[in-house]
Design a protein around this ligand. Structure first.
Ligand code: HEC
Ligand code: HEC
Length: 333
């Protein structure tokens, strides 16, 4: 009798383990299918940055640490009252690349060194790391590019290189960058997003979206989400999927990939609300020389797929994705 009970318990245990395993695989596959994620994820465990206590072994440890400092406290060096050069809007790289670019799904730099230089549709050219860093300075920090050979650029690159050490060329570990959220089957709603903003964001980012400067007035305690000091219309976060994926795994402050605080709908809707507020604009006439290479959620025409700017900005995105796939197929057959 007793051994029968034990036997049944074991069978039950094994069955539960199998169910859990399948469920997990199904979920991740499902997300991939819905979002059309194309990169290959190499492992199930989330990427972790190299340990800083081993840094002293690097011949250029000091340079790497200066690079990290520039990522964390960009505004002190390159902001409006920056000690090196006043060339950016007062935000820090770390405001968007959390924990100095080391947080899993926190828009980290895990796969930068392993995947650059690479071709990017936005410029229609092969981009180096310094070009990509300057992209963020000109767009996310609404500023002016750094000299490619400046001490600051070289330090940032050394830090990014160190973070990616241990990865093979082309490798993109699980947890790098920003998650791809499944699309909503409707247009994202600025109106619903406003309600989310008021209850879950504005206590820190403020009712006018402009954030709060800290006491030295040089950097932000809570960074701006729109207005004159925020990222401009050419920035990555201005694309709805980037914003929604970033906030889903990271906001309100304290959220993480494994412990999110927003539903997918809330993330898309709050993205729609924030990205329909006023912000600096950027002349992006030279971007996307190949029109068919524009991301689905790039909100500025012209497009080759026949959908409106509005649908490219707020969705629904699935019909665009389907149409694009058809166009591609017709081209190749
Ligand atoms: C307002 C938010 C914001 C700020 C501030 C910001 N970035 Fe970014 N950055 C982004 C977004 C969004 C992306 C694109 C991520 C994606 O496409 O998945 C990105 C991408 C990058 C990438 C390429 C990542 C990859 O894996 O391809 C690098 C490198 C980078 N940023 C460096 C910097 C540096 C250095 C700074 C500071 C000088 C900075 N960023 C400031 C939002 C920001
Ligand atoms: C408890 C305070 C707090 C709340 C609430 C909060 N944030 Fe943030 N948010 C921050 C801080 C602090 C940062 C910068 C993180 C850093 O530098 O380490 C940030 C950064 C950001 C960024 C990237 C930087 C920028 O300014 O563009 C976005 C986007 C963002 N938050 C969106 C949101 C949204 C949307 C909500 C509501 C769903 C929200 N946040 C709720 C504190 C908060």
């Amino acid at each position: 009798m007793r051994s029968l009970k034990i036997f049944l318990l074991i069978v039950l245990g094994v069955a539960m383990a199998i169910v859990l395993l399948f469920n997990r695989q199904f979920n991740s596959k499902n997300i991939e299918e819905k979002s059309g994620r194309t990169e290959t994820i190499t492992s199930n465990t989330l990427w972790q940055a190299p340990v800083e206590s081993l840094l002293h072994k690097e011949p250029n440890a000091e340079e790497i640490l200066y690079g990290k400092e520039l990522i964390k406290n960009t505004s002190l060096y390159l902001g409006k009252k920056g000690s090196v050069k006043a060339i950016s809007n007062g935000m820090n790289c770390q405001n968007c690349h959390l924990e100095a670019g080391t947080k899993a799904w926190g828009n980290n730099y895990a796969a930068v060194y392993s995947t650059y230089p690479k071709f990017r549709e936005r410029s229609g050219a092969i981009e180096t790391i310094s070009k990509r860093v300057n992209d963020c300075i000109e767009r996310s920090l609404n500023g002016e590019a750094l000299d490619t050979n400046s001490k600051e650029m070289l330090a940032i690159i050394s830090y990014i290189k160190w973070l990616g050490s241990g990865l093979k060329k082309g490798e993109k570990p699980n947890g790098s960058g920003i998650i791809e959220l499944p699309f909503l089957d409707r247009e994202a709603s600025p109106k619903k997003g406003k309600i989310v903003y008021e209850s879950k964001c504005q206590s820190c980012h403020q009712p006018n979206g402009e954030g709060i400067l800290n006491s030295d007035q040089k950097s932000y305690t809570f960074p701006p989400l729109w207005g004159a000091h925020s990222y401009n219309s050419g920035a990555g976060l201005y694309r709805l999927s980037r914003f929604a994926g970033y906030v889903k795994a990271n906001m309100p402050l304290g959220a993480s990939y494994s412990a999110p605080l927003l539903t997918d709908e809330e993330a898309w809707d709050v993205a729609a609300f924030v990205n329909t507020q006023k912000r600096p604009s950027k002349n992006i006439n030279k971007d996307w020389p190949n029109l068919a290479g524009k991301p689905i959620d790039h909100p500025f025409g012209p497009f080759t797929d026949g959908f409106s700017e509005k649908q490219h900005k707020l969705g629904p995105f699935e019909p665009i994705k389907i149409k694009r796939a058809e166009m591609k197929k017709n081209k190749t057959t």
